[in-house]
Every structure is written in structure tokens, then in C-alpha cells.
Design a protein around this ligand. Structure first.
Ligand code: ADP
Ligand code: MG
Length: 559
């Protein structure tokens, strides 16, 4: 038997990388800017720890489109590369200089925000360019280098007279990819992927309107000034400490994230963990409406401030995908398939961490300001009820704050509700009977009748509540949920059965007979128990099967 090593040659891999590594061609720009950012952060780190005395200054990354020359430039002022480093980092496909840097400066650099991982990002440039040049000058005092490659395994590496420290990457854009020579398209990509990256990114200039002085005449024209068009906010709210932020900062960050969203969020949750995984972020509860299922403003996923996707399926539990905000984690494996993601242990932990944080926040909102929580209930109940239905952990926690509103606008937790009804609403088997209505108008007379008997009637009108009730019935012993217009309501047992009626027994019987003379017995039942009601001196009800018959006729058959 022989053992050996499979020989992977770059010639074979290269076309594969170009074609299949990333399904989305547009991410090449994200990768190049990530590298430029890494190079700048590396320099920052080296100056911070005193390993070099070059001046860090206020470096920017610049992106330039040269439409005539069909070229795209990405220029940074970072560490740059010596000729040897180009050989090492660029010519060796799948060798990550970022990884190496983190390895070398393990302890000091773990929070440096370095993005690179796999040593493949740079080659994504060949998805849109037939020729790529690197002109680079290292912060070490060495001559600049010039590398040129036309998308094969051949390259040239020579000298350059570049004087400033840093790297310029030049892409000669393919004919079929000329969209990437359009300024609007590049602006769009920069905003999508790099809006919150840590080093300022300049793309051309823009006109800024200066504010008018207070004493300006009415017809004064506002002056404009040409300024650098800086794409990003290098210090987005989620990278800061919650103690350094006020409510208004969270709100303005929300608008930054969703410029087209005019509704204010109801509240936010700042996420911040570093063990056993790294994760930061801010989640917002938006106002929920029943027709919100078509939704475009979603939670955005970042890795070290680089936008990755707004498909958070598998990372955030499904019931929380209705929230908005950002999640940033260097620990989420980003370039792998969804099915892998779902099986990944770290990702599962992240999902349950988020569930827990959301539950904790809801509980503290409930505890700290119940009135406010009750007011928000209708806007958040869909998420909470859906969560209770789909996640057992959340179900348990939500017992403490999930509310059950009554038709009279009282809000009870389930525990409080049980306390309220325990003496008045049981059935013959001793089960607690929870009455509920789903439509105040349609079920008006039944609601009134129940109120007359001092029953509490819940108003439950969300689309998933009936499923939740079923679950609760299964889980809680001796509880049954009954529609307010169901026959069962007539059989409830009051603990103290004594009732004082304004009429004598004889008078009641007489009254009942009189009514039964004029209405058809088989269709209605006359009840006198409701005599103390203000709303109805006596009650004429339809047996439940008659009501159902009517409903079926109205909805066109019971199929
Ligand atoms: P990764 O970023 O995952 O390490 P890349 O393929 O994106 O892999 O880049 C490979 C290496 O090339 C980087 O790790 C870095 O050492 C070097 N490099 C790429 N771009 C630059 C740049 N703009 N400045 C300095 N070094 C760079
Ligand atoms: Mg990279």
C-alpha cells in the first residue's frame, strides 16, 4: 500500500477561485477595501505598540474610477509591502497575511479588528478584472514594488518610484463588468458593504450646503462648499459601550441604518459578549403591524464592521428576524454555505444567546415600567407570541412578561389572570376556564353577558394566538381556553353560588314563559341568570350549533 500527497497546482485552482469562490462578483470591492483597512489597522497597531516610529496620522482609503482608462483604483496609506512580502503574501494563493499577523501579535492584536482570514480575498479582483496591478511601498524603509498579473499564474514583479507609504491596487476592468466603472454603482457598493468600516473611505467629492447665518436675509442663497465624499461612519454605535450612548444616539443610529425608515423604533437591545464567542450589535424592536411580513429593512450581519449579508436565517432565531439592527461577529464563518452555518456549534450558541438577551430585556422593560410595556404590547406581541410558540426556552422566560389583555383594556400576566378568575371561572372538572374573544364587535353580546357574570374575557386577536393557546393548554394543567360565545360558558361554576336576584322565583318563571311564547324554542334559549347585568336584564342565546350553522352559511359553506 502506498500513501502520498495530492498535488494541488495553482493552475487548477485559479480558474476555480475566479469562477466559484464568491457567487457575487460585486464583493471584490469589499475584499480590496478590507485589505486596505487591514493594512491601515496593522500600521496603527505597530505604532501603538511602538514597533515603528513612522507617523500614523489620519489615514484614509481612497477609491477612484477612471472611466476612460477603464480602471478602478483602491489606494491606502497602510503598512504597504516590500518586494519579498508581495512574493509571500500575494503570490502564495491561500496564504493569509492577516492570519499570520494575528498569530504573531496574538495577545496585543486580538482586538485590532483585522478582517482577513482565508488569504483568498485579493484574488476576487480577477472576477471583474483581466489585469491587476499592485504598486506598494512598505513602512519599512525599502524601495516600492510593482506587481502585474493578467489573471494567469504568470506575473511580473519590478520596482516602482512610488514615494508615499501604502498600497495602490489597480483593476483593469473586464468589458463585461463595466458596470463597475459607473460612479453610481461604486457609490452604491461602498454604501452597502463599507458604510461602517473603521478607516475613512473617500470616493470623489461632493457639494455640501453651508448653513445660512442667523441674520441672513430671506432671499439669501445658501452657499455650497466642495468636500471629500466620505462614505463611512468609522465609529458606529454598536462598537461603543452602552454607557457611552444615550437613547437619542440609538435612535439616530437607527436612522443611519435605515435612512428610508421614518417610524421610530420602540426600544433597543445592545448586545455585547466576548465569551465564549465574540459578538456585538444593537437590535431594535420596530412597531409591528399585522401586514409586516413583506419586509425589506432587515437585521444586517457584519464581520468586524464589514457588511456581509442581511440574510440572518440560522443565526438569529426565526421569531426575531422581524427585528431590525446589526449583529457583528468575527466568529461567524462567513464564506460558507447556509446549511453548514445551521449545523455550526458557535452559530447555535449565538442564536440562543440572542434569544436570552431579548427575553431579559423584555423582562426588564416590564419590571421597570409596566405601564409603558402595556402600551407597547400590541406592537410587540406578534414577536413575543411567535417566540413563545417556537422556542421553548423563550416560552419559559416569557411567562414572566407576556400579557393577556382583557376586553376592558386590563393587561394581566397569566399568573395574575389565574388569580383573578380562580374563584369565579371553573368547570365541573375543576379546570380553570379562561374565556376569550377575538372580535369585540362581533362577539359583543356574549362579551356583555360574560361581563355581567363578572367573568374576565380576554381579547386575543393576533393571528397566531390560537396556536399559542393550544400549546398552553397542553402544557398547563387544569386550564382550558373557551371562546366567549361557546356553550361551555353557560356551565361555569362560581365558587360562591349565591346570587341575589331582584325578582322572586315566581316572577322569573313567569317572565321566562312569556318570552318562550314569542320566540321559537328550538332556536333560542332564554336565560335568567344574567338578571343583575346592567347591559341585559335577561339573556336570549342561540345554542352553539345554531351559531356555527349561521357562520358557515355566511362564509359560504363549511367544506
Ligand atoms: P487575507 O486578507 O484573508 O489575509 P487576501 O487574499 O485578501 O487574504 O490578502 C492576502 C495578503 O496580501 C494579505 O494578508 C496581506 O498580507 C496582503 N495584502 C493584500 N492587500 C494589501 C494591502 N492593501 N496592503 C498591504 N498588504 C496587503
Ligand atoms: Mg483580505
Amino acid at each position: 500500500m502506498a500513501t502520498g500527497k495530492i498535488n494541488v497546482s495553482v493552475e487548477n485552482i485559479f480558474p476555480l477561485i475566479k469562477k466559484f469562490l464568491y457567487s457575487d462578483h460585486e464583493i471584490f470591492l469589499r475584499e480590496l477595501i478590507s485589505n486596505a483597512t487591514d493594512a491601515t489597522l496593522k500600521l496603527k497597531h505597530l505604532t501603538d505598540i511602538g514597533e515603528t516610529d513612522v507617523k500614523y496620522g489620519n489615514p484614509v482609503i481612497e477609491v477612484k474610477v477612471d472611466k476612460e482608462g477603464k480602471k478602478l483604483h483602491v489606494i491606502d496609506q497602510g503598512v504597504g509591502m516590500t518586494k519579498e512580502e508581495v512574493e509571500k503574501y500575494i503570490n502564495e494563493v491561500a496564504f493569509s497575511g492577516a492570519e499570520e499577523f494575528l498569530e504573531k501579535y496574538k495577545d496585543s492584536a486580538k482586538d485590532s479588528g483585522i478582517i482577513g482570514h482565508f488569504g483568498l480575498g485579493f484574488y476576487s479582483a480577477f472576477m471583474v478584472a483581466n489585469k491587476v496591478e499592485i504598486i506598494t511601498k512598505s513602512y519599512k524603509d525599502e524601495p516600492a514594488a510593482h506587481w502585474v498579473c493578467e489573471g494567469t499564474t504568470e506575473f511580473t514583479l519590478g520596482d516602482s518610484d512610488k514615494q508615499e507609504r501604502g498600497t495602490e491596487i489597480i483593476l483593469h476592468i473586464n468589458e463585461e463588468d463595466e458596470e463597475f466603472l459607473e460612479e453610481n454603482r461604486i457609490q452604491e457598493l461602498l454604501v452597502k458593504y463599507n458604510k461602517f468600516m473603521p478607516i475613512p473611505i473617500k470616493f470623489g467629492t461632493k457639494e455640501e450646503t453651508l448653513p445660512l447665518p442667523e441674520d441672513a436675509p430671506e432671499d439669501a442663497e445658501a452657499e455650497t462648499k466642495t468636500v471629500d465624499n466620505i462614505i463611512n461612519n468609522p465609529e458606529p454605535a454598536w462598537t461603543k459601550q452602552p454607557t457611552d450612548l444615550e437613547d437619542k444616539d440609538y435612535k439616530s443610529f437607527y436612522r443611519e441604518l435605515y435612512p428610508m425608515q421614518f417610524e421610530e423604533p420602540l426600544f433597543h437591545i445592545h448586545l455585547n459578549v466576548d465569551y465564549p464567542f465574540n459578538l456585538t450589535g444593537i437590535l431594535y424592536f420596530p412597531k409591528m403591524t399585522q401586514d409586516m411580513n413583506i419586509q425589506k429593512d432587515k437585521i444586517q450581519l457584519y464581520q468586524n464592521q464589514v457588511y456581509v449579508t442581511d440574510n440572518v436565517e440560522g443565526i438569529v432565531p426565526e421569531f426575531l428576524t422581524m427585528l431590525r439592527g446589526v449583529i457583528d461577529s468575527p466568529d461567524i464563518p462567513l464564506n460558507v454555505s447556509r446549511s453548514y452555518l445551521q449545523a455550526d456549534g458557535a452559530v447555535k450558541k449565538i442564536s440562543s444567546y440572542i434569544t436570552r438577551k431579548v427575553a431579559d430585556k423584555l423582562k426588564s422593560l416590564f419590571n421597570n415600567n409596566r405601564e409603558d410595556f402595556e402600551q407597547k404590547w400590541n406592537d410587540i406581541k406578534i414577536v413575543i407570541e411567535y417566540g413563545m410558540l417556537s422556542e421553548d426556552k423563550f416560552y419559559e422566560k416569557a411567562q414572566k412578561f407576556a400579557l393577556y389583555p382583557t376586553v376592558e383594556n386590563e393587561y394581566f400576566t397569566f399568573e395574575e389572570l389565574q388569580e383573578k378568575i380562580k374563584d369565579n371561572q371553573t368547570d365541573k372538572d375543576g379546570n380553570l376556564v379562561v374565556l376569550y374573544a377575538s372580535n369585540k364587535d362581533e362577539q359583543h353580546s356574549y362579551i356583555e353577558a360574560a361581563k355581567a357574570k363578572a367573568y374576565k374575557v380576554l381579547l386575543l386577536d393576533s393571528p397566531i394566538i390560537s396556536h399559542l393557546l393550544q400549546k398552553m393548554e397542553g402544557e398547563k394543567e387544569k386550564i382550558t381556553f373557551v371562546r366567549v360565545d361557546s356553550d361551555q360558558v353557560d356551565n361555569l361554576i362560581k365558587k360562591d353560588e349565591e346570587k341575589i336576584s331582584k325578582l322572586s322565583e315566581e316572577e322569573k318563571e313567569k317572565l321566562k314563559e312569556d318570552f318562550e311564547k314569542v320566540i321559537p324554542k328550538e332556536k333560542y334559549t332564554v336565560q335568567l341568570e344574567a338578571m343583575d347585568s346592567d347591559a341585559a336584564p335577561l339573556l336570549i342565546t342561540q345554542p352553539e350549533f345554531m351559531r356555527r350553522m349561521k357562520e358557515m352559511q355566511q362564509t359560504g359553506g363549511g367544506g
